[in-house]
Unconditional design. Sequence first.
Length: 377
Amino acid sequence: MIAYGFLPRPIAVDLAKVSRGSLTITVEEEGKTRVKDRFVISAPVSGYMRRLMLDAGDFVKRGQVVAELEPLRAPVLDPRSRAAAEAEVSSAEATLKATEENAHARAADAEYAKENRDRIKNLYARGYVSKDAMEQAESEARRSQANLLSAEAAVKAAQSIVDKARTALLYAAEGPNGGKTVPIRSPVQGRVLKLQKESEGVVNSGDPLVDVGNPENLEVKVEVLSADAVRMRRGTPVLFERWGGDSPLMGKVTVIEPGGFTKVSSLGVEEQRTLVIADITSLPEEWQRLGDNYRVDASFIIWEGKDVLQIPAGALFRQGNDWVVFVFKNKKAELRRVQIGHRNGLTAEVVSGLAGGEMVITHPDESIKDGSRVKPR
């Protein structure tokens, strides 16, 4: 009785059965839906955009006007600037008046020179004046005519300056100027996905205004680790879960982008990722509630087996370079080396070392040794 009392008690353990069944290896990442053909309508020129009369979700036809641009409006003048503009108008008007008077004087000179030339010309024909006097009168007439033309051109220039000064003051006083608008039309038929700018205001050339596309033609973009992306191929099946519906959606990979990028995870670790694009192959009636930029959980099926001998991954541990497990046999723990194939986070495929129906110890602690007495918990 004393010897029996000092015998080690059996260690309580959790057991799992080696069984056959289906095994799926997946890569799970978060993804977002997006419209396949998305058109960003932008401003072709700088201008003043009128308020958009569209809402997100509205249907638009090809060629329909979605926005209108007016010419840029003149700035509002403060009292100091207005006084300066009025002074510019007065100065321009005074200059115009001076040039007009100068033109009148030049016209009188030109008329006198012309009459004088005609008189000298008659006298020369009668032999009363010399040829030199006649040539001087001709030259003076041409010079006076040139001065007149120059004065008239100066009057036109001064008038333009007056018009410019008056225009600046006029439009600053009246506000928006009337001019032809620039219509911006939709290049395709679809629905308004997003209004980049709704209220009226100044826009620059190239500024995005409206996003248009067909929300019924969706795809899913997923950022996956580059090490997982090399295990995928075009046509890899995908399962979309936790998207808001009652059942998962089916899909398949269409594009694995060849370029990667660095992204910092929530734990502050730099990860090399790449973008994988997948189509939704389920019937559209099943996912018609999905929209652009909605969140989904994507499970890429990397490998799938139907009749696979498997054990829980928690039963495995390393001994050197080998995988080993404790087999529950004759109420004792038997250490056994095994060869493992495919694994996911919960289950591992057994290639050799175990037979179906055997029981293995899951999550063994350091107190369990080869030959230790154990009992089911």
